[in-house]
Ligand binder design. Structure first.
Ligand code: CMP
Length: 452
């Protein structure tokens, strides 16, 4: 039995989906314009027919997932399939023109039977659902646990566009079917484009009225399409509006936050310079982190997931900080879990010489300047991968220099107490930090500039 979520089945589903779409577009066009197919296309269609046939066989051999339970029992699988999609699948897969050829040709209905292939379009709904879950998570308990790859909202939007386009296409073909004399002197492409134009203007309730029904059949058809159009139009527009506003839900939240901040600035009568700094901080927060407050999300995560998430999130930091690269896994996990993210903009003072120390800092992105307050001398420029703020923590003194962001900086802070604990448990880490701190101290006294 095939697992319904196995990667191969998914790729197969995608393939079947493409075949269905091909038939859903091509069959109606051929039914109304009655053109001859080239040999290549005929073979392609035969191949698709075989794909559909194979799909029926595969479906009989695919286990089913019911209430998170995987059912392998052949009897149940067969019964479920026979009761659900089998008839539709069978009718659309059966090559009537080959097998029932003589019988059906006798009654002159072979062509109309091709419309049965359209039946499969109904399955597109189901396939769409499974295609949405294309990526597979490697979970040890459930080999084929699925992970959503596309934002569900975006997916629904794609789904709408797909269905409305297909529907407009069918309505256009129906229009020509009911009025074969429509622009009969023109070529197929012009006739199709004009009828698609009629279909779109009617379905979107715009109805210019430049193409109007002539026969009774067409008039009744037009009325039907108009009524359907109103419903579809309302439904689609309503849905798209909600979808679009939900798509950018974080931006909306962020905008609300900015408004509150503006009111705060006005209420507290903050000077323009300070107000601008606050605003640019938030603009940066949006540009660099999409307005997501990592700490807030962090606090909600269960500790088991936290470690793995933080290892993943700090991948970059671990790769840029030379010491971490060769550090033992336990140390990385321990440190990484305690890190708190923060960011600074160019020119921000991260802390000043003489301040009471609370944290040590790891620089993940950007560069900082180490400045001596009294002489305003630049002691060093530290680049991404460096750490700072360790000297005063080790010596239990005040900050020995001022640290200023030389560009936009992403930093991670490690609290004083945790820093001490980690030093205690990981002597190698302690030794490494102490060596660097010593070097820096020497540099401070000799006032030479060192870049890490
Ligand atoms: P701390 O004393 O806590 O605060 C200032 C920090 O600047 C200090 O820790 C070091 O991390 C860093 N620092 C001080 N002097 C130098 C130097 N010469 N080169 C690089 N970094 C330094």
């Amino acid at each position: 039995m095939i697992h319904p979520n196995s990667p191969y089945k998914r790729i197969w589903d995608l393939f079947v989906f493409i075949c269905i779409t091909y038939f859903a577009i091509e069959v109606p066009v051929r039914l109304v314009f009655h053109y001859k197919l080239s040999a290549g296309v005929t073979w392609l269609e035969r191949a698709i027919q075989i794909v559909f046939g194979l799909d029926v066989i595969l479906n009989f051999n695919t286990a089913i997932l019911k209430d998170r339970l995987l059912i392998h029992n052949r009897k149940i699988v067969t019964k479920t399939y026979l009761r659900s999609w089998f008839l539709i699948d069978f009718l659309s897969a059966f090559p009537f023109d080959l097998f029932g050829g003589f019988f059906f040709q006798y009654f002159g209905v072979t062509d109309s039977l091709k419309i049965l292939r359209l039946l499969r379009s109904v399955r597109v709904f189901e396939l769409f659902k499974s295609l949405r879950l294309l990526a597979l998570g490697a979970d040890s308990d459930d080999r084929f646990k699925l992970v959503e790859v596309i934002n569900p909202m975006t997916f629904r939007l794609i789904f709408f566009v797909y269905w409305t386009s297909l529907f407009a296409h069918w309505v256009a073909c129906g229009w020509i079917y009911l009025g074969p004399e429509f622009l009969a002197d023109k070529d197929i492409t012009t006739r199709y484009i004009r009828s698609l134009y009629w279909s779109v203007t009617t379905l979107t309730t715009i109805g210019y009225g430049d193409i109007t029904p002539v026969t009774n059949k067409q008039t009744i058809y037009t009325m039907g399409v108009m009524i359907l159009g109103v419903g579809i139009y309302g439904y689609v527009i309503g849905n798209i509006a909600t979808l679009l506003s939900n798509l950018d839900v974080s931006r909306v939240h962020f905008q609300e936050k900015l408004n509150t901040i503006d009111s705060f600035i006005k209420y507290k009568k903050l000077p323009p310079q300070l107000a601008n700094r606050i605003r640019s901080y938030y603009v940066n927060l949006w540009e660099n982190k999409h307005g997501i407050d990592e700490t807030e999300i962090w606090n909600q995560l269960p500790s088991g997931i936290k470690i793995d998430v933080s290892m993943f999130l700090h991948n970059h930091l671990i790769s840029v900080v030379p010491f971490f690269k060769n550090a033992p896994e336990e140390l990385k996990r321990e440190v990484v879990l305690e890190l708190k993210p923060a960011f600074y903009m160019k020119g921000d003072i991260i802390f000043r010489e003489g301040d009471v120390p609370h944290n040590m800092y790891f620089l993940s992105k950007g560069h900082v300047e180490v400045i001596k307050e009294n002489t305003s001398e630049l002691l060093a420029t530290l680049n991404s991968g460096s750490f700072f703020g360790e000297m005063s923590l080790i010596d239990d003194s005040l900050r020995t220099a001022t640290i200023k962001a030389g560009s936009y900086c992403d930093v991670y802070t490690l609290g004083k107490d945790r820093f001490a604990e980690i030093l205690k448990h990981h002597p190698k880490f302690a030794q490494h930090i102490q060596i660097i701190a010593e070097e820096r101290k020497k540099n401070q006294t000799s006032k030479t500039t060192k870049t890490e």
